[in-house]
Write a protein that binds this ligand. Structure first.
Ligand code: PGA
Length: 310
């Protein structure tokens, strides 16, 4: 079996896009050239890697297996390039970053600040929930992740860099708005709008209810913080969200925080990567930036925000 690196790269892009037109655009090749590479690869491995159902291109079982390996090979090649660049003392490179949807409220600022110091860095940023982040780390599909505390049993390096206070939000017209030190029992009759399963915020919220022997009455489940805030504003229930998601609502005075015992529930943001990851020079610089300078900046912003919301 003779597979060339180029065939593998072409296969990797087609398998990710499942669309020959888009793959050829990304590869800067003509569509027939891409099809030809795939045909040659299928001939070399002696099995079909794609099948067509109507106009839809899908991977065969063999294709899915091979894609698993080409992903890893591509990642390793990227890593090797970065390590060699680091040895040459080059302060540029590419950073593949994934952040929890809730962390995205500050992650773009973080990147902008970092880019000012390292203008030649390029990024791709994936914004997704905790469950997907853990699977990306597991499959080595990302360099660095910003998320809540990862499970201890995973082979990861996780360093906390900032507090993540979770607060109870209500519409501005809520009757308990002015009350102070509400007992959690006072909320027994309230319905909560919750994030989707797989969200770190959701897990923390359920944990809080269980630890306090309370039943979580969930009216609705939504897969973004924006949807939760809009639902709360519309009067569909209360919400529990990270303080980091609330800056616009703070400015526009659209939501209020309820002063409930046990809140804010204090979580932390962690910078996480695989324990076996070879860190490129740009990853090392980014880590240092987040764990020192950026965390101070962000802590301050969060503290100010929390104070003014109260
Ligand atoms: P999430 O936040 O709810 O957007 O997944 C991550 C976390 O708090 O762990």
């Amino acid at each position: 079996m003779h597979i060339t690196l180029r065939q593998m790269q072409v296969f990797d892009v087609v398998a990710s896009k499942l669309n020959y037109t888009r793959a050829s655009e990304e590869l800067h090749l003509s569509q027939p050239a891409v099809s030809m590479q795939i045909k040659q690869l299928e001939r070399s491995v002696g099995i079909n890697l794609f099948e067509k159902v109507g106009k839809k291109v899908t991977l065969t079982e063999a294709g899915r297996e091979l894609h698993h390996y080409t992903r890893q090979i591509q990642n390793l090649l990227g890593e090797a390039t970065e390590v060699l660049e680091a040895l040459k003392g080059v302060k540029r490179g590419h950073l593949s970053l994934s952040v929890a949807s809730t962390a995205n409220y500050f992650a773009t600022n973080l990147l902008a600040n970092f880019k000012r110091q390292y203008p030649e860095t390029t990024f791709n940023l994936d914004v997704t929930n905790r469950k997907t982040l853990l699977s990306q780390l597991d499959n080595n599909e990302t360099d660095i992740v910003v998320m809540g505390r990862p499970p201890k049993e995973a082979e990861l390096i996780a360093e906390p860099f900032m507090e993540n206070p979770l607060v109870v939000i209500a519409p501005n017209s809520h009757p308990l708005r002015e009350s102070t030190l509400l007992a959690f029992d006072d909320l027994q009759n309230e319905t909560f709008v919750v994030r989707e399963l797989g969200s770190g915020t959701r897990i923390a919220m359920e944990q809080f209810f269980t630890e306090n022997g309370m039943e979580l009455k969930t009216g609705m489940e939504m897969n973004s913080n924006e949807a939760i805030k809009q639902a709360v504003e519309a009067g569909l229930g209360l919400g529990i969200v990270s303080i980091h998601t609330l800056s616009l609502e703070l400015a526009a005075n659209k939501l209020c925080l309820l002063d409930v015992e046990g809140f804010p529930v204090l979580r932390h943001w962690y910078l996480v990567h695989r324990a076996d990851k070879r860190l490129s020079s740009i990853m090392i610089a980014f880590k240092k930036f987040v764990l020192t300078e950026a965390s101070e900046l962000l802590e301050l912003a969060a503290a100010l925000q929390y104070k003014s919301l109260k």
